[in-house]
Design a protein around this ligand. Structure first.
Ligand code: PGA
Length: 251
């Protein structure tokens, strides 16, 4: 049985003071036992967050990792082995802001995905279509292609230790959420695509939905059969709102 997961992507938000406040807020939450919770702070704050959340049953992940798993001469980057050393469990790979704003290529993302897994961390692979692609009826094609980039290089087994986050680009930070049915349709297509290669992997892999998830729409989204939780941006910066989303996932 897949365990539900709720992950908070803090993106490039936070100051020393606001992060302390957020940690304090997270520590006061009563978390349901059937949901895995993780937060992804800016790398600058990872150590502080891991220390601050000791004993709180919240994992910490990184928003990015280097193309190499081991330490070395690569100015400005952080290797996945360093993230392991710091106490991280997950790394986001392929977020649309990195694909589209920073121009990360499929090749770069694959190297990051491999480096993350080689270090024993779990990649959270983000995929999703732009508004233009959705309007052109290309949603399933785009998502299938993004998954195939990984499958073609590493095989379906790559998803034995990975989480997939479907995040329609038009729904990220816009207040526009995919309807539960729109999201479910894509999630079901993803699972079918994976099942063609290996049904066990397809049944086991967690598919998170991301894109303007809030407490107010979480229950409906998470009630869909192929939605195994959420990747939450803006709403994860408020501990109470994030807590309400986590409780929605636990129901
Ligand atoms: P959002 O971001 O919840 O603010 O839309 C989601 C994400 O980008 O992971």
């Amino acid at each position: 049985m897949r365990r539900t997961m709720v992950a908070g992507n803090w993106k490039m938000h936070g100051t020393c003071a606001s992060v302390v406040e957020l940690i304090d807020g997270l520590r006061t939450l009563t978390l349901p036992g059937n949901v895995d919770v993780a937060v992804f702070p800016p790398e600058l704050f990872i150590d502080r967050v891991i220390n601050g959340l000791q004993g709180a049953s919240i994992s910490v992940g990184a928003q990015n990792a280097a193309i190499e798993s081991r330490q070395g001469a690569l100015t400005g980057e952080i290797s996945s082995s360093q993230l392991v050393d710091a106490g991280c469990k997950f790394v986001l790979v392929g977020h649309s802001e990195r694909r589209l704003i920073l121009g990360e290529s499929d090749e770069t993302l694959n190297r990051k995905f491999a480096a993350v897994q080689a270090s024993g961390l779990t990649p959270v692979l983000c995929i999703g279509e732009t508004l233009e692609q959705r309007e052109a009826g290309q949603t399933l094609e785009v998502v299938e292609r993004q998954l195939n980039v990984v499958i073609d290089e590493f095989g379906i087994e790559a998803f034995e230790n990975a989480v997939i986050a479907y995040e329609p680009v038009w729904a990220i930070g816009t207040g526009l959420t995919a309807s539960p049915q729109q999201a479910q349709d894509v999630h079901a297509a993803i699972r079918t695509q994976l099942a063609k290669k290996n049904s066990e992997v397809a049944q086991g892999v967690r598919l998170l939905y991301g894109g303007s998830v809030k407490a107010a729409n979480a229950v409906e989204l998470f009630s869909m059969p192929d939605i195994d939780g959420g990747l939450i941006g803006g709403a994860s910066l408020n501990a109470d709102e994030f807590g309400a989303i986590i409780r929605a996932a636990g129901n």
